[in-house]
Write a protein that binds this ligand. Sequence first.
Ligand code: NAD
Length: 419
Amino acid sequence: MATIEWQSPMNAMAVRQFDIAAEKLSLDANVAARLRRPDRALIVSVPTRMDDRSVHVFTGYRVQHNDVLGPFKGGIRYHSEVNLGEVSALAMWMTWKCSLVGLPLGGGKGGISCDPAELSRTELQSMTRRYTAEILNFIGPEVDVPAPDMGTNEQIMAWMMDTYSQHKGHAVPEVVTGKPVAIGGTLGRREATGRGVVYTIVEAAAHLGIDLGKCTAAVQGFGNVGSVVVKELANAGVRVIGVSDRTGGFYDRSGLPVDRLLEVADKNHSLEGCPYGEKVSNAELLELKCDILVPAALELQITEENAGRLQCRILAEGANGPTSLEADKIIQEKEIFLIPDILANAGGVVVSYFEWVQDLQNFFWTEEEVNKKLRDILVKAFHEVLSMSAQQKIDMRLAALMIGINRVARAMLWRGLYA
Ligand code: NAD
């Protein structure tokens, strides 16, 4: 089918995953045909005044996959590789993720094709405000609620919230999540995704009878997700032997000094020049002998080319879509325990949901409440997926997708086809 969103390998992968789960579920064919495609996909031009006074026109996207369970929800990504196919795949995964963990939300995703590291603060702010203005009629607290993703952070969310609020004439904090606490953000949101990844690793280790205190871990990506995973794993007694970011990786079999790595990354915004351990490439990091491997950077990092060389026992997907379909088969054959992305990294959207709820009620919770509710939701979802995987003798990814897709499909059948 020659539509734009079908042209990206990532969207083809997301649709193929859906088809496999739909077949296994014997999903209603009419529902399946609808769910293979997004509800709506926007492409916007984002003219931005650069510091040299020239105007650069960036391309922005917002894809709304499905809102049968509630408003669209999903991050905004700033990265040079952002394209409609990638954003469509990420929006579809958000639909299954929200459904899997029982949130009354649908799936959306957005982004701008740009390199945020190359933009000044003024350029970043101008681009963000114009992008928000371009998608303004398609977002809103009851419609579509953006959040941070790769390359965006609480400052970007604050500018989005302010732009939307200026147009409405009053503060509307509930239009985005992942905002600073000072303007209606929630405690615990920044750490939520990484913390959630570690909650699911703790459950996996207990299920497999592994003592985390004797485990080693390697983590790819040292941003919002990866750095918190590293910190929380260290807190759980795991020896972190490898870390990396876009500048490369570091390895020390006896354990890296996690607190010092966090200080370096905080100060330099990257791990570059880090004086600890030996240097390794990102490709080598994935193949280190370790108990727990967490890809927490880009998609399609584990493919049929390198999957056979993985040496971990647990693969917890902090990133979205880090593993190709072909690699999934190899991972299953190697009996690596997989915690799939829509489960492992769902902590971010769960606490985004908490933030939205708190904003709507103007009533804020303590960080302990946020973390406890987050843990309860993820532990429940983990065991639902584990049971489905055991009952149907299928891998954890297929089990997670089947639970998520089935709930959306049931809701669609109840609501019926409008007009
Ligand atoms: P981020 O921008 O905060 O950090 C990204 C990290 O990846 C950085 O350390 C960067 O240097 C590194 N990186 C970039 N290119 C790389 C490469 N080629 N090789 C190795 N490392 C590279 O982004 P984030 O928010 O931590 O997101 C990371 C992943 O987690 C993405 O797949 C994102 O979709 C997913 N995710 C994020 C959230 C969230 O709440 N932020 C929620 C769910 C899933």
